[in-house]
Design a protein around this ligand. Structure first.
Ligand SMILES: CC(=O)N[C@H](C=O)[C@@H](O)[C@H](O)[C@H](O)CO
Ligand SMILES: CC(=O)C(=O)O
Length: 307
């Protein structure tokens, strides 16, 4: 049964960073200003919290809960969607987080595949997700495929086969892989109220051509305003303009990747561009040296003139 307030996910969704104090504790006070920044400076109206970018697998369950509460509360009336990632290695922890997200008023939940004991088949993965979804049966549920990090490479098209019968709250996929054939097959299979969202920011345009309904990614935290222009150019059929923006994103990211680009560097980049105090990443990620982030900031400004 679809919840009364269900709105199909679309457009740009920023995968948020988790703010820490300089000592490495969760810093809730940054979340209000963070939402202001996304909404006012980037024109971003959706957030995906406690995901990869949010270092969720390095957080405790208790930390994930207080973060969910703060993001949901501060997003009220400001964001169209708050999706909470609740994936854990333990199905019990995931259920606990799913239940909590429902009580907190999240608009949806997502899970990655567990990756210590990996599901070896689509069926095992579906069963895991069914258990999690059943703890929050009225909350839209999304599968989050990110094979580069989980090592779970089951085709998403196989995962979603008949999934609506097993998980009535299933509403789509966040696809952070590069296999555009699998992606296209998901779009082609998906039901009218599902969303298939793409998560490899540097090749979003290809996924839009394949029918993506929207995008979830880390870079929309700081290039959301430009990528919104990419989306409208694509909608108008102006591929030349859409490509020009995509190529700039690619230039920024390939430059960053050559220097070394992980969530710690990405977090520092966001901090420098937004002025928000996001603090260091948590171990095993290492803090990003200031001059490293500065080089990427300079590249950003040379590619995207300030608005
Ligand atoms: C591995 C990873 O973090 N993927 C993110 C989303 O899933 C992306 O948003 C990337 O950060 C982005 O595409 C830059 O490579
Ligand atoms: C990028 C993304 O979606 C995540 O951080 O989970």
């Amino acid at each position: 049964m679809a919840p009364a307030a269900y709105r199909k996910l679309a457009g740009l969704i920023a995968a948020t960073f988790t703010p820490f104090t300089p000592q490495g504790e969760v810093n809730l006070s940054v979340i209000g200003p963070y939402i202001d920044y996304l909404s006012e400076q980037q024109g971003v109206k959706g957030i995906f919290v406690n995901g990869t970018t949010g270092e969720s697998l390095s957080l405790t369950v208790a930390e994930r809960k207080i973060l969910t509460e703060e993001w949901c509360q501060k997003a009220k009336g400001r964001m169209d969607h708050v999706i909470v990632h609740v994936g854990c290695m333990s199905v019990k922890d995931s259920q606990d987080l799913a239940r909590h997200a429902a009580q907190t008023g999240a608009d949806g939940i997502a899970v990655i595949a567990p990756f210590f004991f990996k599901p070896r088949t689509a069926e095992a993965l579906r069963e895991f997700m069914k258990e999690v979804a059943s703890a929050a049966p009225n909350l839209p549920f999304y599968y989050y495929q990110i094979p580069a990090l989980t090592g779970v490479n089951v085709h998403v098209r196989d995962v979603i086969e008949g999934i609506e019968k097993l998980i009535p709250s299933f509403r789509g996929v966040k696809f952070s892989g590069c296999d555009l054939m699998d992606f296209g097959q998901c779009v082609s299979y998906c039901q009218a109220d599902w969303s298939v969202l793409y998560g490899v920011d540097e090749q979003l345009l290809a996924a839009l051509a394949m029918g993506a309904h929207g995008a979830v990614g880390s870079t929309y935290n700081y290039i959301g305003c430009h990528v919104n222009k990419l989306l409208s150019a694509f909608e108008k059929g102006d591929l030349v303009q859409a490509r020009a923006i995509q190529f700039k994103m690619q230039e920024l990211l390939s430059y960053a990747m050559k220097l070394g680009f992980d969530v710690g560097v990405n977090k520092q980049l966001m901090a420098e561009l937004s002025g928000l105090c996001l603090g260091p990443p948590r171990l095993p990620l290492m803090p990003c040296p200031h001059d490293h982030a500065q080089l990427i900031v300079q590249k950003y400004h040379s590619l995207f003139s300030k608005r």
